[in-house]
Design a protein around this ligand. Structure first.
Ligand code: SF4
Length: 403
């Protein structure tokens, strides 16, 4: 790869993330920023605010091509169809969206129908991402999900009838009452539907969520069993045509999520809406988790309101640390030649001691100049680069697993 073209591509494209902070009902494990569903008038007001925010950034992004849009949440599918279409058109109107852009919309299976999906596909949505979590209705109930497995299957089939050829489905492991057999059943049921992409997350008990209060009383799998579930799923998915390309993500060839790859490749993205994060013009920034203040500020009802939560310029040393952390999330790992192009430094020389220890202990491999994790290493990969670099990874992470 030529140095100039590699860097030019990174510089001229931009991912756009639009956050929809509403859900019909809050799942007990979820700590995403989302509010109970609102009236149609309030949805309209929120969508108008997002469009105003896009207008604010239109000039700053005028020399960039938007090649991915991700409408995430929360639950984007609770927004009335006509307002969602206004939002999509707002993106086309304010930015240079490429004709082949990947446009993903997250949806909860209980809140979208075929007619709506058909309209979204007609407006340019290329990819739906459904939160299923499990094919076992008892497990879904334990998570307070609002849909059954059968309802999910109907929605999935409706998406196909709406001519969507790229579908992601989120599932989880380490759930209350889940066993290796029930996870295997979820994998079997899901792969039988033939989605293009599967994301699989381990359940995390986040402080402040309702599940944290009752976790002690729940029958949660032991850590060893969770690890076995993870390895079992990787093996099963690989055998069924889903290559793991990131810690939690699996895809058929050519269907890796282009938008999320931007996060892991440290490429620019602009995130709008309360709680959204951005990496734009050399700065990382995020907006406060407060939809009311957000709307008041954008509508200029309260022009003095500060909606920014955090904002800082990414210095060279941090940029390098972030890059290492994020590249190691990918199965392709860290390419020492690309590292040299980006930072002018020799990765192997900098970290050879630590790298050799991880290779000797079966956590990493070195192939064609790329260091990457083995499946065993992937499971603990949140800790290894952090220990190597003394770096806080979660600070800059905005991976969507809502709905
Ligand atoms: S998991 Fe999804 S549907 Fe449930 S509360 Fe969180 S964002 Fe909403």
């Amino acid at each position: 790869m030529k140095e100039e073209s590699y860097m030019a591509d990174i510089k001229n494209t931009l991912g756009l993330y639009l956050h929809i902070p509403f859900c019909r009902s809050k799942c007990i494990y979820c700590d995403f920023y989302s509010l109970p569903t609102k009236s149609d008038a309030e949805y309209k007001r929120y969508i108008n605010s997002l469009i105003l925010h896009m207008e604010d950034y239109s000039a700053a992004a005028s020399n960039m091509l938007i090649d991915t849009i991700f409408i995430g949440g929360g639950t984007p599918s609770v927004i009335p169809t006509k307002n969602m279409i206004e939002l999509i058109n707002g993106a086309y109107h304010n930015f240079n969206v490429t004709s082949d852009a990947e446009i993903t919309m997250e949806a909860n299976p209980a809140t979208i129908d075929r007619a709506a999906m058909k309209k979204y596909v007609g407006e340019g949505v290329t990819r739906f991402s459904f939160g299923l979590q499990s094919a076992n209705d008892r497990e879904l109930k334990a998570l307070s999900r609002i849909h059954s497995f059968d309802e999910f299957v109907d929605t999935f089939n409706d998406a196909r009838k709406a001519k969507c050829g790229n579908i992601n489905v989120d599932i989880m492991f380490g759930l209350p009452g889940q066993t290796k057999e029930s996870l295997m059943n979820t994998l079997r049921e899901l792969t039988a539907l033939d989605p293009e992409h599967i994301s699989m997350y381990g359940l995390k008990i986040e402080e402040g969520t309702p599940i944290a209060e009752i976790a002690d009383t729940m029958q949660l799998p032991e850590e060893d069993e969770e690890f076995e579930m993870y390895l079992m799923a990787i093996e099963y998915l690989d055998a069924h045509g889903y290559k793991q390309y990131e810690i939690s993500n699996f895809a058929k060839t050519g269907y890796e999520c282009k938008h999320n790859l931007k996060y892991w490749n440290c490429e620019p993205y602009l995130g709008l809406g309360p709680a959204a994060h951005s990496y734009f013009n050399g700065e990382r920034f995020s907006f406060k988790r407060d939809a009311q203040t957000y709307m008041n500020a954008l509508e200029l009802l309260d022009p003095a309101a500060d909606i920014t939560d955090e904002r800082y310029e990414v210095r060279d040393k941090d940029r390098m640390g972030e890059y290492i952390m994020l590249q190691f999330r990918l199965c392709s790992g860290l390419d020492t030649a690309k590292f040299k192009i980006r930072f002018g430094r020799d990765f192997e020389k900098m970290y050879s001691n630590a790298l050799n220890v991880y290779i000797d202990n079966g956590f990493m491999t070195l192939r064609n100049g790329c260091y990457s994790f083995t499946p065993k290493g992937m499971y603990v990969s949140n800790y290894i680069p952090a220990a190597m670099l003394d770096f806080d990874e979660n600070k800059n992470d905005q991976i969507n697993a809502g709905t």
